[in-house]
Design a protein around this ligand. Sequence first.
Ligand code: EPZ
Length: 467
Amino acid sequence: MVILTKAQGGRRIYNVLPDTERVPADTPGTLKGMDKFVIRGGNPLLGTVRVSGAKNAALPAMAAALLTEEPVILENIPQVRDIETERKLLVEMGAEVELGYGRAQHRTTICARKLSRPEAGYDLVKTMRASTLVLGPLVARMGVARVSLPGGCAIGARPINLHIKGLEKLGATITTEHGYVEARAPRLQGAEIVFDRITVTGTEDLMMAAVLAEGETVMENCAREPEVADLAALLTKMGAKIEGAGTSTIRIHGVSKLSGARHRIIPDRIEAGTFIVAGALTGGDLMVSNCEPRHLTALLQKLEETGVKLKADGDSVRVLGDGPLRAADVSTEEYPGFATDMQAQYMALATQADGSSIVTENIFENRFMHAQELVRMGANITIEGRRAIVRGKTLLSGAAVLASDLRASASLVLAALVADGETIIDRVYHIDRGYERIEEKLRGVGAQMKRIGEMLPKRSGAAVGNS
Ligand code: EPZ
């Protein structure tokens, strides 16, 4: 139930009576996709919000555990649906995966001592493309891997041809039939790989393949994302020999065996960016903590261009969004450029900026699904191919809207935080894929946000293994 507690400088502050405890929507037994968010806009976000570990660093790190018989302990693992999917994937192959709970709930221990089935099946791969990250580690360790081709995706075609091409370069024999790709190689051989275009998981997948290959591999035109460098840090702890991760040239000297390791995953720069935009949009005074400001440079520079006041300090960024926003154009690029995973959130902000902003999406061919939902809330956006022209500032009003993918749903949450009245966002299972308890985190800094859906008991203490 929502009650009015006080009025401040024309802003209405509503208090939301506490919600009951919940767990991520995908925990076994949950009704898939039934949850919705109800958000009442208008409150500035005040206080500190803590960022979780990076989904896009945790997924390749969990796949890397397939490269050794020894346990790999990963810390700062976010409790999001994609991690649960990855756990199922590894367990299906025969690995033991222990998800921590209570104080250790962000720790995961993976032991792939005995892998009975080097295969990633369609049922899981179709729900999470990043499942294809097991291809390289499996063929490198087991000499064979069978992985379902991922199929289409809401934001673009997203083929894995560059992963396959690279594995062929490393000497694997590839067959593709019945919707699966099978790679075979008694032992991969070091090679020169030049990526036709920059691919994040392609770089990660082939790096994981090359660490157990015979001889040296040199990869050019690699992705420079922080998640790639974080994976290389884990692999190096496992005994791999890697130089240049985080640059466009990576050199790998293959070794015959890798050992276990303990590794803390980097913070999620996209979750951090989402909260920073939330602070800017709502005119709040927000401290976004446990993040890595160095990974956010392109976003912070763009926001300063729009007039947002920001202060990066140590592992935090303070956002003071108390002034008018100015329009500014943005183009998505590979890291260190402006992240495509922040494009939708930036579009929500541009609807509240004075003037026209041109948002150009260069990475994915179909990543404007959120625009029409924002228009339903009163935004003025026109799409011309890979460009969106956002004319602001427009008053947004609460409405029933539909989430279509992970980042699109984040932009709808942001728009709802400033919209007049109530917004109901359907299909929030998309957002649970990559944001850990976002409604609790935002409520903690004053948002009026509630999840409606099936009530579930909190997770008990049992370790999750070959269930
Ligand atoms: C990673 O996806 C991220 N996912 C994505 O985040 C992110 O949007 C993307 O990188 C770009 O930054 C993970 O790390 C798990 P790409 P990935 O291969 O690796 C084309 C999120 O919201 N391409 O770098 O799949 C491709 O179609 C997600 O968290 C090929 O043509 O992206 C795209 O246009 C969404 N052939 C471009 O390259 C290939 O073999 C970049 O894709 C591979 C890619």
